[in-house]
Design a protein around this ligand. Structure first.
Ligand code: PEP
Length: 253
């Protein structure tokens, strides 16, 4: 049986000063010293990446960014490339977060280009997908998920291959920052659907290894139950990742 090491990832969004970031990372690093069976990742704002990387030192905490452009350089005012993220010490990048999709009009096509560029730069993409409340209530969840997967990974479908290190994150939009969490069963249903989709397009080996995270109001008191589901391989945590007293118990689920 394949054992997928759980990954607990913190999405700091546009939060935390440099001083707060350093202090949070120090607390996490100290708390996870003895833990070997869980991977931890933080994704600070761009301006904190280098400082956070330096503070992480030898601790087993991976560094990621929250977005990137698909070009490696050029006249794209305000944008950051994958190459720059690698230089700042990143190994991962979140792509297609629902806030990017809804507030910044990011389409599946753009996400597809970003996933391709990230992998070309050696970054591990964390590709976010998830339905709105309206779509869930309209019984469209699986169609929406399928559409987002087909569009966001379009390039890879042509070749029928994607690195099995790629990470997918199921984040129901109605659960992000709302305090409403999908029940473990609701989340498992979608995760299982995603894994079947991956198997259908990229084969069983990739489906068995690829990690699928759940995101949406994960807190210390619901993390354990969610993580006990067979197809949930970790969590993408927003609000609770900003506070050590919440994030550390989630890592220790
Ligand atoms: C997120 O933004 O990825 C997220 C899951 O946020 P929260 O945990 O605050 O719902």
């Amino acid at each position: 049986m394949i054992v997928r090491t759980p990954l607990i990832a913190g999405n700091w969004k546009m939060n935390l000063t440099l001083t707060d970031s350093v202090s949070l990372i120090k607390s996490i690093a100290e708390a996870i010293q003895e833990l070997t069976n869980v991977d931890v990742l933080v994704t600070p704002p761009y301006t904190s990446l280098s400082v956070v990387k330096e503070t992480i030192g030898d601790a087993r905490i991976a560094l990621g960014a929250q977005n990137m452009h698909w070009e490696s350089k050029g006249a794209f005012t305000g944008e950051i490339s994958g190459l720059m993220l690698v230089e700042a010490g990143c190994t991962h990048v979140i792509l297609g977060h629902s806030e990017r999709r809804s507030l910044f009009q990011e389409t599946n096509e753009m996400v597809n280009k970003k996933v391709k560029a990230a992998l070309e730069q050696g970054l591990i993409p964390i590709v976010c997908i998830g339905e709105t409340l309206e779509e869930r209530e309209g019984h469209q969840t699986f169609d929406v998920i399928q559409d987002q997967l087909n569009g966001s990974l379009a390039h890879f479908l042509v070749e029928s291959i994607i690195p099995r290190t790629t990470i997918l994150a199921y984040e129901p939009v109605w659960a992000i920052g709302t305090g409403k969490t999908a029940t473990p069963e609701q989340a498992q249903d979608v995760h299982q659907y995603i894994r079947h989709w991956v198997e259908g397009h990229f084969g069983k080996d990739t489906a068995d290894h690829l990690r699928i995270l759940y995101g949406g109001s994960v807190k210390p008191d619901n993390a354990g139950e969610l993580m006990s589901m067979p197809d949930i391989d970790g969590a993408l945590v927003g609000g609770a990742s900003l506070r050590p007293e919440q994030f550390i118990p989630i890592i220790r689920f």
